[in-house]
Design a protein around this ligand. Structure first.
Ligand SMILES: Cc1ncc(COP(=O)(O)O)c(C=O)c1O
Length: 415
């Protein structure tokens, strides 16, 4: 039996024991060459160049100059936060519906996360609410492409240019998704990816940074992989800054390399299935699938999400989700805990107590977190249900079964 405590620790992997009519991502589909690459690592006596090979292969697949492998997206974004080298108390505008991994690096660098609200009816921030958050302390915008829906980048990039802000993104959930023909991870100054076991390109615990900026890449390697040290002749490592020693393991890189060979086909299939499932579910009265914007020519969905119209049902979203699980949709549940301004209770506590960097200075004003900070996102999540077990194993029949399950639960709970 999976406990709540285990879920908090392992995320969606905690659902790995679930079996039923609908597939889950477990066990993961592995690229045919994963074992060959792992064998190479072992045969080389751990002297292989697997990490570099993966970095080159991923950069080439994305069409970017640099890929810097990390042990996950949380460390990738932490390294970027350190590499940008803003001042403590500087503000970074962040999408509010996400994982703690998005903001961990900001907090550790003593930057102040300012959450922009979402655009109505969806999970992502857009240019308008972002603009409302800009102050003279804003330095960057960190976007999240929640579920794999890519934010509407052109207006956001224009806004950032006007205000001289860095834009970078958490592309964890959008691997090989495309915005107007451009891949996630190529749309901003830099991006962080996750290759965690449960993610779309599941490869054990790993991630990376992608960028076209030579100086930034160099700094990420220096701060992130080289412990902020250079080698002084006749002495050894001297540490110029407090760096990390965040490196991907050779074995993870071997699996990543193998998974990279099958991911594009998997994403193409996910895209087809998510559009079919959305169409089928969109026919059910009172249920709205997460809208897929026209600019998304490839949607690489990590999870599937629906909104229920509370006026049309006798139960709330939590109860609706429980019934979906009973009907056979593994892992269906409310995603309310993705609301970072509310879930990160330490932020509000620190802001209230004036804990550094919320002290004056370096903070320039009063900050407020909690659900009220992003009311549109909070209201949306109140009626939003998602299942992270949606995956490339879905066939058309699975989409029909899933839609039928939703329909039955909806019909059983109509007002
Ligand atoms: C949007 C988002 N950002 C960051 C992370 C953290 O990634 P990792 O586990 O690779 O550190 C996750 C993981 O679920 C995520 O979904």
């Amino acid at each position: 039996m999976t406990t709540k405590k285990q879920r908090a620790k392992y995320g969606a992997a905690a659902f790995s024991g679930i079996e039923g009519e609908l597939p889950t991502q477990w066990p993961r589909t592995m690229g045919p060459n994963c074992m060959k690459y792992l064998q190479e690592v072992v045969d080389s006596g751990l002297s292989s160049d697997m990490v570099t090979r993966f970095e080159h292969a991923f950069a080439e697949a994305l069409g970017v100059k640099h890929c810097i492998a990390t042990p996950g997206c949380t460390p990738a974004l932490a390294v970027l936060a350190a590499a940008f080298d803003f001042e403590p108390g500087d503000e970074i505008i962040v999408g509010p519906v996400t994982d703690y991994g998005t903001i961990q690096g900001l907090c550790k660098e003593n930057y102040i996360p300012v959450f922009a609200d979402t655009a109505p009816g969806t999970v992502n921030a857009s240019a308008e609410p972002i603009e409302a958050c800009i102050s003279d302390r804003t330095r960057a915008i960190l976007l999240v492409h929640k579920t794999g829906i890519i934010c509407d980048m052109d207006p956001i990039n224009e806004l950032a240019e006007k205000h001289d802000l860095v834009v970078y993104d958490d592309a964890c959930q959008a691997v090989f998704g495309e915005y107007k023909g451009r891949l996630a991870g190529t749309l901003t100054k830099a991006a962080g990816f996750s290759f965690d076991a449960e993610k779309t390109m599941g490869s054990d615990v790993g991630g990376c940074i992608t960028t076209d900026d030579d100086d930034l890449a160099e700094r990420c390697r220096f701060v992130g992989q080289s412990r902020g040290a250079y080698s002084k002749p006749g002495y050894g490592r001297q540490h110029l800054v407090g760096g990390y020693a965040y490196r991907m393991t050779q074995c993870t890189a071997a699996i990543c390399l193998g998974q990279l060979e099958i991911i594009r086909d998997q994403v193409a299939h996910r895209d087809k299935m998510v559009r079919l499932l959305s169409r089928l579910i969109g026919e059910i009265q009172g249920i709205t699938p997460l809208p897929i914007p026209d600019y998304m020519n490839v949607y690489s969905p990590w999870m599937f999400g629906i909104s229920i119209d509370p006026e049309q049902f006798t139960c709330d979203a939590a109860e609706f989700a429980t019934q979906l699980v009973e009907a056979g949709i593994p892992g269906a549940g409310k995603g309310a805990y993705y609301l970072m301004p509310e879930a990160c209770i330490f932020l509000e506590e620190n802001a209230r107590k004036g804990v550094y960097p919320y002290s004056m200075p370096p903070a320039s004003r009063e900050y407020h977190y909690g659900a009220e900070a992003t009311p549109t996102a909070a209201a949306f999540l109140e009626n939003w249900i998602r299942w992270a077990t949606f995956c490339e194993k879905y066939t058309e029949t699975h989409c029909e079964i899933a839609a039928e399950m939703v329909r039955r639960v909806a019909d059983a709970n109509r007002c």
